[in-house]
Ligand binder design. Structure first.
Ligand SMILES: [Cu+2]
Length: 146
């Protein structure tokens, strides 16, 4: 029981699922590690990862004032560029247009290298579409609720 590594508890917290081991949750609640796990779970709701030439999840809904963080999950570069991307072709899944609006535009470097994540704080309610400039399959939105 004592041999359960702390990393295992942190990992289960990152997965977002409920902790199956009730005894370990109880025993860790009095330790600083429990707070870290909670914090990571909350951040997970505001995180987008680029994987397989997509933003995942493609749509997230957050309250006003939320900082959203994008992380590159693969080794090729992407951009996180705010702006409308118009209609997506149903057969090819490619967008037809892209119109940067200048709110944010960041080039994500490859996974594991400096600059592979980007954060932006949404201070106004609304729907904020964004896309990756070179990849026409990467179209997503942040919905900010006031
Ligand atoms: Cu891309």
């Amino acid at each position: 029981m004592i041999a359960i590594p702390a990393a295992l508890i942190v990992l289960s917290g990152c997965a977002g699922g409920p902790t199956d081991g009730a005894p370990s949750t109880e025993s860790s609640s009095s330790q600083p590690g429990a707070d870290e796990g909670t914090e990571m779970a909350e951040q997970g709701a505001n995180e987008v990862i680029t994987i397989g030439l997509k933003f995942m999840p493609p749509t997230i809904t957050v309250p006003v004032g939320t900082t959203v963080t994008w992380t590159n999950g693969e080794t090729i570069g992407h951009t996180v560029t705010s702006g409308a991307w118009g209609d997506v072709n149903e057969s090819t899944n490619l967008r037809g247009t892209q119109t940067p609006d200048g709110l944010f535009d960041h080039a994500l470097s490859g996974k594991g290298s400096e600059g592979d994540s980007f954060s932006f704080t949404f201070d106004e309610a609304g729907e904020f579409p964004y896309y990756c400039q070179p990849h026409l399959t990467m179209n997503a939105s942040v919905i900010v609720e006031g």
